[in-house]
Ligand binder design. Structure first.
Ligand code: UN1
Length: 507
């Protein structure tokens, strides 16, 4: 029987008020990985209270002392790389190089945040008045609620929490309900590092617990990475509370543009990586390939050939390219979109929605398997399958004729704006794309996945506001004060404003 895990609130592991539990399943095998108490709204409230209570002492430490706790976490992430990578792979189904890369990305972010603590902070600002000193200072905002998704179950929590903690805020974290074991493992690392009671809190639960955090008056900032649907609700809620901040990163309907000047080796490689890595379950995965008519037939033949053959299977096997989808409901969703594409009249080129039995490895019959689904569609038709995010290996080839302006027009014809890429050997086309593609993460001659932690990670349009990541998190979790000190014995004002006090006698 698997273990029964708790919440971590105010320095204690506690079952909280929960009467219900939920389990975590390995999406490749169906094996139960752990059972978890399901946090109630009261648990969320208690965690927020604990974080609020712990804030004054934590903010009083120097930034460098706070970062010391993070360095411990950094070393543990590195030392346990293989083991943690396997936990990620077992719980979220990404193949093992991706499971390990998730852990690497986590320690990169911890390194960034903890290293940043020793860097100069703020700006010295000139004054018109020579005796005045002005400079910018930052203050932590207080309690930060971090709500993170299952597809990067170790990295994204550290995108949110590493900077937040180093800057002097306290945290209540709700991991995705699909990856609570990763949540537990990360929380144990925080405990091992000796982070003071109440500074870091974990609530394991579902949307009700997340909503309770977002609505709690004592929460000062909400960091959210996840679906556009939920993110939109978070933003609406926070908009009603002027004292609360929010930074959200949501999904995309991302595209790779392949122009008539593309190197097709790069184009096919980049498109396969963008569409099928993580089984299409990255916010930055590409579900649209916008391909120039001059190279369309060759690109199509080569892309289809790989999509037919790409290895789907046991994610712990190093020869696997695509693991399973996260859960049964997601298989249903992806299958429905594949069927919808047919109903909408597209031309299906590859349909591996239901894998052949021979492809499913022994002992993995309960896995949530789907393979690539590739089709061609008319870029001018307003189809649901080419405009709604599927979050799976569901890819449309959209043929275009004309110049780069036309390609970018199709590229931007979506409500989303997260990531994208152009494949071209012509620098004018590349520059045009760079300047006009409506996205937060843009690439040239690369896949549209695989951002490094020191880049701001966030989108435009429906893909989010703010980037709950690296330097941008600092903006979301701190207040800036423009501080001015007078070093003279008299008061002198800028802008020629008189500082003389005139009395009635002088009138
Ligand atoms: C996500 O898309 O859900 O840029 C996160 C990347 C990774 C993070 C992806 N560094 O592909």
């Amino acid at each position: 029987m698997s273990e029964l895990y708790n919440q971590y609130i105010d320095g204690e592991w506690t079952d909280g008020g929960a009467s219900e539990t939920f389990t975590s399943q390995n999406p490749a095998t169906g094996e139960t990985l752990g059972e978890f108490h399901r946090a109630t709204e009261d648990d969320a409230a208690r965690a927020v209270d604990a974080a609020d209570e712990a804030f004054e002492e934590w903010r009083a430490l120097s930034r460098i002392d706070r970062a010391e706790y993070l360095w411990d976490v950094y070393h543990e992430l590195r030392d346990r790389h293989q083991e943690l990578g396997e936990i990620v792979t077992k719980e979220c189904g990404k193949e093992i190089s991706e499971g390990k890369a998730d852990v690497t990305e986590a320690w990169h972010m911890v390194e960034w945040a903890a290293g940043d603590a020793r860097h100069p902070q703020g700006d010295i600002v000139p004054s018109e008045v020579p005796t005045k000193d002005s400079y910018m200072r930052r203050k932590p905002r207080g309690v930060v609620a971090c709500i993170t998704p299952w597809n990067f179950p170790v990295a994204i929590p550290f995108w949110h929490m590493a900077v937040t903690l180093a800057q002097g805020n306290t945290v209540v974290w709700k991991p995705a309900e699909q990856t609570p074991l990763c949540g537990q493992t990360v929380a144990e690392m925080m405990v091992d590092a000796g982070i003071p009671d109440g500074v870091f809190n974990l609530v394991q639960g579902f949307g009700d617990a997340g909503a309770a955090l977002v609505e709690d008056d004592a929460v000062d900032t909400v960091l959210f990475t996840g679906s556009a649907e939920v993110g939109q609700k978070v933003r609406q809620q926070v908009a009603t509370e002027p004292e609360k901040n929010v930074s959200c990163e949501m999904g995309g309907k991302n595209a790779v543009v392949v122009t008539e000047n593309a190197d097709l080796d790069i184009a096919v490689h980049a498109a396969v990586m963008s569409s099928f890595k993580t089984t299409g379950q990255r916010c930055v995965s590409s579900e649209r390939l916008v391909v120039h008519t001059d190279v369309y037939d060759e690109f199509k033949a080569r892309f289809v050939e790989v999509a037919e053959d790409v290895a789907v299977g046991d994610p712990l096997d190093e020869d696997t390219f695509m693991g399973p989808l996260i859960e049964d409901q997601h298989v249903e969703k992806v299958t429905k979109y594949n069927e919808l594409a047919r109903t909408e009249g597209v031309n299906v080129l590859v349909d591996r929605t239901e894998l052949d039995e021979s492809e499913i490895p022994d002992g993995h019959e309960e896995g949530h398997w789907v393979g690539p689904f590739v089709y061609e569609a008319d870029p001018d038709e307003p189809l649901r399958c080419t405009s709604e995010e599927v979050f799976g290996p569901h890819v449309a080839l959209l043929e275009y004729d004309g110049d780069i302006e036309r390609a970018v027009e199709i590229h931007n014809d979506t409500d989303y704006g997260l990531a994208g890429s152009i494949i071209s050997e012509e620098y004018r086309q590349i520059n045009y794309y760079r300047d006009h593609a409506e996205i937060g993460l843009a690439y040239g001659n690369l896949p549209c996945i695989g951002a490094e932690v020191q880049l701001p990670f966030g989108g435009v349009k429906k893909s989010g506001a703010g980037a709950p990541h690296a330097r941008e998190v600092i903006e979301a979790v701190t207040e800036r004060t423009a501080w001015t000190l007078n070093n003279d014995e008299d008061i002198e004002m800028a802008q020629g404003l008189s500082a003389d006090i005139k009395t009635r006698d002088e009138q």
